[in-house]
Design a protein around this ligand. Structure first.
Ligand code: ADP
Length: 923
């Protein structure tokens, strides 16, 4: 019975030591796992499992795996792994019965786990040490370690561990025949199974152990009770081996009670079950007990028979033991083969693995390649998309560039036509005039003044056309440099001096800084002239009187460094990089010009292999710097020509020649004050004078150089007519016209606009601002005169018409709203002061914010009534209305409308309306 109990307890112990059941197929799968594991920590885990699995099968294999796991733990450098491996090795040696080595390993493990705080492992190791001592019958030490294990299990609240340890302590006490103590521990175990429902087998073991103790204590009923409880569980679990053990114990109990027959019945049942489970030891034990029972019943033949069976078995057991030893060797041999096989398998697995790795690498490479391809395709797609977007953006940019070009072009055409039309007007004007005046003998008697004008303007036209031609030559690549050896400083000086008169006329300080000594160099004279003349004429054009223009030149290292500096109006920073563009003109500069000059300069400089730069600050001035190579070696053979013309006698035409301005002071001719007053607003001095000349004899003429001056002069003088150019600096014609038409003082003045732009659009623009007429350059001078006269006559008719009406009904007249407002305000002011006979012209003028003379000119111009007359007529008109409405008698009304004498009132009334006030009242 004790033997059996011990076996059972051992089973519990082993469960504690080996968490993994050692099944054959499990071993195979574990072996595979270990072989395929790549990670040392995983290999360690499987090595531990395998060591435990081989525990009861092969010491050597179990040991080998245990040692492998220990080595792996060393590799991993993890104390916990090492402790666990040592623990496993301890179990291996214990299973073999090598207690010393087992204890050695356990203690080594404990050395790591205890101080390392690995309490669970430490408690298990302590328990195992306790049980090894127990097996060695060293009860004292066994209990010492088992109690230490118990304390740890309690602290860890490891109930299962606690049950096992309590059971093991009970077992140790039991083995040393301390049954009471054993009872205490077994009993402590029992209630703990309530919380461990899965450990029902353990409960059956403990119940059996308790039965055994009570049997020992001869408390048979309790013993039977515990045995029966244990048996019931075994039956329920269909655990035949277990039933066989408990039945055997029950047999022993019956025998102890003296119930030999009953005992034999238990033994027979036990024997039958053990036959099924195949446990020979169990069967042999039962044979022995049966022999005892039959002996008790005095059935000696049977008793002998079972004893014989038992001893034969024992002999067999001995024989078997030696056989087992041989078999052990056989096993070892087999294991060797197995291990070799395993190694072979491992090799195969490794080969397989490397093949797999290769496959994986290939797969990865393919994946990479595919990803790369995908990326490439995606990138290409994106690139295409971006390209598409880009080209769309480019197209947009191109579209807006074309639009801009279009705008620049059309503005260029407007400008160029203006540039052409002005000189054409000045050429055609005199010619037509003289043809008209002398139809029979044309052009024989043209005064020098007119001929000069014609020559100058024809030259200007020629200059413009030449510039255009130059540009187109450059564009088509037909323009070539033709350098020759010449005196560079001399050439420049001649060039520079040509602008002196211009400086004088414009009252501009002009400094020429050119080395005095002559310097022979290689350059294209024509290009140099054009470059310098353009830069200088621009400088003079954009520099106000009082400013300074400097022409500076120096020769260094076969290079001409030329600069033209002015302290004029400067160029806005954002325009600087555009001024060299063809047809580009600085926005809103109001300048006339074509935007060709600088573009041409740049091209010419480039043709001459030079460079140009500009520096400018708005309001401070500009400096254009040109560097031109002037050494022989700088030019290609076909760019060099022989110089034949001596420098000094050459004269240049072109841009600068036309820039010589005529005097703008009007010639003093006595004027007839009765003639209508005409204001001519025109920035071209020559055209100013020309128009004035055409108008003289028909008009008194005032001249203004731009819209701003024109506006001031118009408000000041209230002219009868304004003739204005449209394109002008400061304030253009349209702006001037709008300003005149919205000012009450000037709103009545007819305006004729002169423009180079013949388009419908600019015509509309002009008419919208209230211009009364429009003339496109080049205009026939007679047409201008006719139109001017027409407008004056039209106004005259209107005035006449209104002057007859005593009181205004502004709605009847085609007036601008400013005129209406003006007349309304005058009448309001008069109504306000109707009874005040002192209210005079001064007060009325002040009331409407005008000077006396402005009011006079305005009223006379508008309705041909001087203010005094207008006031009197107004009073009379109101009196008539009152009389008709019967608001009082004649003398009352006379005072109401501001007459102090009824007699004068009656007289004036009769003059105005053809009847006396009293007659009207009666009628
Ligand atoms: P344009 O014949 O219309 O004068 P350019 O090509 O000579 O044309 O000049 C281009 C623009 O550069 C002009 O509209 C003018 O406003 C500006 N510019 C040229 N030179 C100067 C200067 N010295 N100072 C100020 N502005 C200048």
């Amino acid at each position: 019975m004790f033997e059996k109990t011990r076996l059972w307890l051992c089973a519990v112990l082993l469960i504690a030591a080996l968490p993994v059941g050692a099944q054959r197929h499990e071993i195979d799968s574990l072996t595979r796992e270990l072989a395929s594991a790549k990670d040392d920590s995983i290999r360690w885990y499987y090595a531990i499992q395998l060591s435990a699995a081989y525990l009861r099968i092969s010491f050597d294999t179990s040991k080998a795996y245990g040692e492998q796991s220990l080595n792996l733990a060393g590799n991993l450098g993890k104390g916990a792994c090492k402790a666990r491996s040592l623990n496993t090795l301890g179990a291996t040696y214990w299973a073999k019965g090598d207690h010393e080595t087992a204890l050695h390993n356990y203690f080594e493990s404990l050395k790591i786990s205890e101080p390392g705080g690995m309490d669970l492992l430490a408690s298990t190791t302590l328990g195992n040490i306790g049980m090894v001592y127990s097996e060695r019958n060293d009860v004292e030490r066994s209990l010492e370690y088992l109690r230490r294990a118990l304390a740890k299990k309690q602290a860890l609240h490891d109930t299962l561990g606690l049950v096992r340890t309590l059971n093991n302590i009970g077992r140790t006490f039991f083995n040393s025949s301390q049954h009471d103590s054993a009872l205490v521990y077994f009993q402590q175990c029992l209630p703990l199974f309530d919380v461990l429902p899965a450990q029902i087998m353990g409960k059956a073991i403990v119940l059996n152990n308790l039965g055994a103790i009570y049997l020992n204590k001869k408390d048979y009923p309790k013993a039977r009770d515990f045995f029966n409880q244990s048996l019931a569980i075994r039956e329920k679990l269909q655990d035949k081996g277990g039933q066989s053990v408990v039945l055997s114990n029950l047999g022993e109990l019956a025998l102890a009670e003296g119930k030999a027959a009953e005992s034999i019945a238990y033994y027979e049942r036990s024997l039958a079950l053990s036959r099924e489970t195949g446990s020979e030891t169990d069967r042999a034990e039962v044979w022995k007990k049966l022999s005892e029972a039959y002996a008790e019943l005095n059935n000696h033949p049977k008793a002998y028979g079972y004893l014989l069976k038992y001893t034969t078995w024992q002999d067999t057991l001995h024989r078997r033991e030696s056989e087992t030893r041989i078999a052990d060797m056989e096993v070892k041999y087999q294991t060797g083969i197995k291990e070799a096989e395993i190694a072979k398998q491992q090799l195969q697995i490794e080969r397989e693995q490397s093949r797999q790795r290769l496959l994986i690498i290939i797969a990865l490479a393919m994946l990479l390649a595919l990803t790369g391809l995908f990326q490439y395709l995606r990138n290409r797609h994106r690139l295409r998309q971006r390209e598409a977007e880009h080209s769309l953006a480019l197209r947009d940019a191109e579209a807006s560039r074309l639009l801009e070009l279009d705008r620049i072009k059309s503005s260029f055409f407007a400008n160029i036509s203006h540039e052409f039309r002005t000189p054409l007007t000045l050429i055609l004007g005199p010619v037509q005039k003289w043809l008209a005046e002398h139809p029979a003998v044309p052009v024989i008697d043209i005064p020098a003044k007119d001929l000069n004008g014609i020559r100058r303007n024809a030259a200007r036209l020629l200059d413009l056309v030449n510039q255009l031609l130059d540009l187109s030559k450059i564009e088509s690549g037909r323009m070539r440099v033709a350098v020759s050896r010449d005196d560079l400083t001399q050439t420049l000086r001649v060039l520079g001096n040509a602008f002196e008169s211009m400086a004088e006329q414009g009252n501009i300080r002009y400094r020429i800084e050119i080395p005095a000594e002559s310097a022979l160099a290689w350059f294209d004279r024509d290009k140099l002239e054009k470059i310098t003349a353009n830069l200088l004429s621009n400088a003079f054009k954009h520099t106000p009187p009082g400013g300074t223009v400097t022409l500076h030149a120096e020769l260094r290292d076969d290079q001409l460094h030329l600069s033209v500096q002015d302290n004029g109006k400067g160029i806005p920073a954002e325009e600087l990089n555009r001024i060299f563009e063809r047809f580009y003109q600085v926005e809103g500069s109001g300048d006339k010009g074509t935007g060709i000059g600088l573009a041409l300069v740049k091209e010419l400089v480039a043709l001459h292999h030079g460079s140009i730069s500009v520096e400018s600050k708005l309001g401070e001035g500009s400096v254009f710097r040109v560097t031109l190579p002037v050494g022989w070696g700088m030019f290609a053979a076909d760019e060099i020509v022989e110089n034949t013309v001596p420098v000094s006698v050459q004269e240049f035409s072109g841009k600068m020649a036309t820039l010589q301005m005529p005097q703008t002071t009007p010639e003093e001719t006595p004027e007839d004050p009765a003639l209508p007053l005409c204001l001519v607003v025109e920035d071209n001095p020559e055209l100013q004078v020309f128009i004035r000349d055409q108008l003289s004899g028909h008009f008194r003429v005032l001249l203004a150089a731009n819209g701003r001056i024109g506006l001031d002069m118009a408000t000041e003088n209230i002219p009868d007519l304004v003739i204005s150019d449209v394109m002008m600096p400061e304030m253009d014609g349209n702006q001037l016209c709008a300003a005149l038409k919205t000012d009450e003082r000037t709103s009545h003045i007819p305006v004729i606009l002169l423009t180079a732009k013949a388009g419908q659009e600019s015509r509309l623009e002009g008419l919208e601002t209230g211009a009364d007429d429009y003339l496109t350059k080049p205009f026939d001078t007679r047409e201008l005169l006719v139109r001017a006269n027409n407008l004056i006559a039209q106004r005259e008719r209107l005035r006449k018409q209104f002057s007859r009406t005593v009181v205004l009904k502004p709605k009847d007249i085609a007036l601008t709203s400013a005129d209406e407002r003006f007349l309304q305000r005058i009448q309001d002011s008069l109504d306000e002061h109707l009874g005040n006979e002192q209210f005079n012209v001064e007060e009325l003028a002040a009331g409407v914010g005008m000077s006396r003379s402005q009011l006079h000119r305005k009223l006379t111009a508008l309705i041909d009534q001087p203010p005094v007359e207008f006031i009197r007529n107004f009073r009379l008109r109101r009196a008539k209305e009152m009389l008709e409405a019967g608001t009082g008698n004649v003398s009352e009304i006379c005072y109401d409308v501001g007459f102090s004498s009824p007699a004068y009132f009656s007289k004036a009334f009769k003059e105005a309306f053809g009847m006396s006030p009293s007659e009207l009242r009666k009628g």
